[in-house]
Design a protein around this ligand. Structure first.
Ligand code: FES
Length: 102
């Protein structure tokens, strides 16, 4: 069984980090990407089709509202994916913000 190392207040120390759109985001070992982003104040996960915005909603992988790209790969659910040190996260659908004249 994994043992957390804890600080004086009983909360595991935040000692790991990934980047979101170039900004460093700290996380606790075992924490999901979504939890780390939300705790850092990042509630908007980027554009989605139809002019919507991606964000945390269901927390169980059902809504696909929290999709993010990890190291430029295919989108994953941020609510289900453990954060990993040294990764670079970005919006899953940056192209969705592009508009075209018709
Ligand atoms: S919040 Fe619904 S799939 Fe992640």
């Amino acid at each position: 069984m994994h043992q957390w190392s804890t600080s004086a207040n009983g909360v595991p120390p935040v000692s790991h980090a990934f980047t979101w759109a170039g900004h460093k985001v700290l996380f606790h070992p075992g924490e999901s990407i979504a939890a780390a982003l939300i705790r850092s104040g990042q509630l908007d996960f980027g554009p989605a089709l139809g002019g919507l915005r991606l964000r945390y909603f269901c927390g169980v992988g059902a809504c696909q509202g929290c999709l993010v790209s990890v190291d430029g790969a295919c989108p994953v659910e941020a609510c289900l994916t453990p954060a990993q040190s040294g990764t670079h996260l970005s919006a899953a659908m940056p192209f969705a913000e592009v508009t075209r004249d018709e």
